[in-house]
Design a binder for this molecule. Structure first.
Ligand SMILES: [Zn+2]
Length: 293
């Protein structure tokens, strides 16, 4: 999430767990086991019933984030297992610390090797990160003016490596919300209603992948993408145009298709339409020379 300070990026991330499906009993056991290993279960709470939300500070060490120690201990990524790992102010994190996240994000496990043997901890997380649009934070804000030079802005982005950015499926700009809208008392969609939509979309995915090892759209491999993300002729054309004009990688191309599949699932559409695809393309903000706008 890219947005000026105070646009609610942290609040949105905290609320994410409330629209995800409830923990399955098996997931609950897995996560509880990790918390129990580090004695972080609250007394009187034998089982974790909610998805964990972890928000480590940007000064965290590599071991703190992915695990380590002479007697291997799980890190924040494992404490977020089956939940959300939120990294606020992403460019402030030590670049090397972020680099060690890459493998666990790919494998959904962390293996810590020691002379005595190795230990593997689960690490299936939804990674959410937030950052300002520029070092001063006010780029694109209609009320405040940005004092950053293009070079400063580019240097700010370069603190996050391309390969890590490549592992993030959705880039979204969080605009400053005008006071008028904040004061608006009409109710939006509740978390409970959103969760119902998510659960229904997951059910569709379970049906789609019933004879497969994959369980969700986000984990589809190229052969599954070819099978389940067929496009109409005009949607095909739209994607081709976006690929060329934004200079997208093959990896970004596949991400767009996975996300478009999920957007279609959320509105109960069997086929991926142009509108689903164009929404998915919009979630690749940082691929489109964002910093040179
Ligand atoms: Zn600025």
């Amino acid at each position: 999430m890219i947005g000026s300070p105070g646009t609610g990026k942290t609040l949105l991330s905290q609320r994410l767990c409330t629209i995800l499906p409830e923990l399955e009993p098996e997931e609950s056991l897995e996560t509880t086991r990790i918390y129990s290993a580090v004695a972080q279960l609250e007394s009187g709470q034998p089982l974790l019933l909610r998805r964990p939300f972890r928000s480590p500070h940007h000064t965290i060490s590599e071991a703190g984030l992915v695990g380590g120690g002479s007697i291997p201990q799980p890190g924040e990524i494992s404490l977020s297992h089956n939940g959300v790992l939120f990294l606020d102010e992403l460019p402030e994190f030590n670049r090397r610390t972020l680099e060690v996240l890459r493998q666990p994000l790919e494998d959904q496990t962390v293996t810590i090797s020691r002379a005595m043997g190795s230990v593997t901890f689960p690490a299936n997380v939804m990674l959410v990160a937030a950052m300002n649009p520029c070092p001063c934070g006010f780029r694109g804000d209609p009320k405040r003016s940005c004092s950053c030079t293009p070079v400063q802005i580019e240097r700010y982005l370069s603190r996050i490596s391309g390969p890590l950015l490549d592992r993030i499926d959705i880039h979204i700009e969080v605009p400053p919300v005008p006071f008028r809208e904040l004061a608006d008392r009409t109710e939006g969609t509740s978390s409970a209603a959103m969760r119902e939509g998510v659960v229904a979309a997951r059910r569709r995915q379970a049906e789609r992948f019933r004879s497969d090892t994959v369980r969700v759209n986000g984990k589809m491999k190229p052969p599954q993408i070819r099978r389940h993300c067929r496009l109409s002729a005009d949607a095909e054309q739209l994607l081709k145009h976006a690929m060329e004009s934004m200079g997208l990688s093959a990896r970004a191309h596949d991400k767009i298709l996975r996300i478009a599949r999920t957007i279609a699932d959320l509105v109960d559409s069997e086929s991926i339409l142009s509108e689903h695809l164009s929404e998915a393309i919009n979630y690749r903000t940082l691929d489109r020379n964002y910093w040179q706008q």
